[in-house]
Design a protein around this ligand. Sequence first.
Ligand code: ZN
Length: 348
Amino acid sequence: MNYNLQMRLPLSVIALLFSLNGSAQLDSVSVHPLLKQHISTLASDEFGGREPGTKGEELARNYIIKEFKAIGLSPKGENGFLQPFNFTKSLQVGPKSKLIVGTTPLSAGHAFYPLPYSANAAAKGQGIKVGYGINAPKLGHNDYTSDFLRGIDLKGKIFIIDAATPDKDGPHSKFAEFADLRSRIDTAIKYGAAGVLFYTSDKEMKEPTLNAKMRITPCAIPVLYMVRAESAILNGTAPVQMDMVAEIIKEEATGNNVMGYLDNKAATTIVIGAHYDHLGHGGDESLYRGEPAVHNGADDNASGVAGVIELARYIKEKGPKNNNYLFMAFSGEKGLIGFRTFHQKIYH
Ligand SMILES: [Zn+2]
């Protein structure tokens, strides 16, 4: 991921995020030996893909600190060179999670799971299908005013919503802008939903997951997803008695930005940074499918960090003195958590 970002800060600090992404093999091109050393170290298997909150992240930041120190930068974090931040590392299906459809209990974590939008909450009552749960006035489509729902009091019911779109056209659907599950939940709440159970009638659709990296503010009601393989139990349109509990257990963790400062006693500071974390052993963000394996991330973004380190050395030795320089290696790229932490601390 690249971030080309320039912003003006109150103290005339200019931040420039540095990125040197490329797909060339290190061996096939001529690379400065120090750049090569940084990239090879950061992207080594030993560093385990540098996932935030892991040993690999720690190894990587210690390496960067060692380099910053050797160059002669001074620490500018809250904890020496480090600027820590907390984040949600994972979301797990809690043992209290429950779904009973009619008289059939379903298996939590297999047949169904809570979605990240869900509150840790329970709902019990009549489950009723409300189509796609989409109200799209400009497309003349509102599932809640369908003939099927006419005259039915929806208040306090559990809404069973097809997470597909009416035209089953995935991301190309003309309903795409109304397809976001969170906005469908908000619509359901407006129509009186006590809980929401999503499923999908679209065989092509990628099923939603309980993914911690979505940065979602939960809503106030339980929201479950029933996996495609189990959703035959929802066939038919008759209302059905339902009992649901959503419990999500959050695993919190700490990540760290690295901040090294070159003080030229100037009025302005230039920030040069790149993210040093990567995907660890894969996961939802990875394009790789298969057994978990180290994602080395040489070009995402060990190369950018190598560039920051060597730029720091160059500027310290030969650079102009009319600015101060803050060299940063960010962690928490997904959701820009590390960068947001830095940004927030400058502005607030
Ligand atoms: Zn990236």
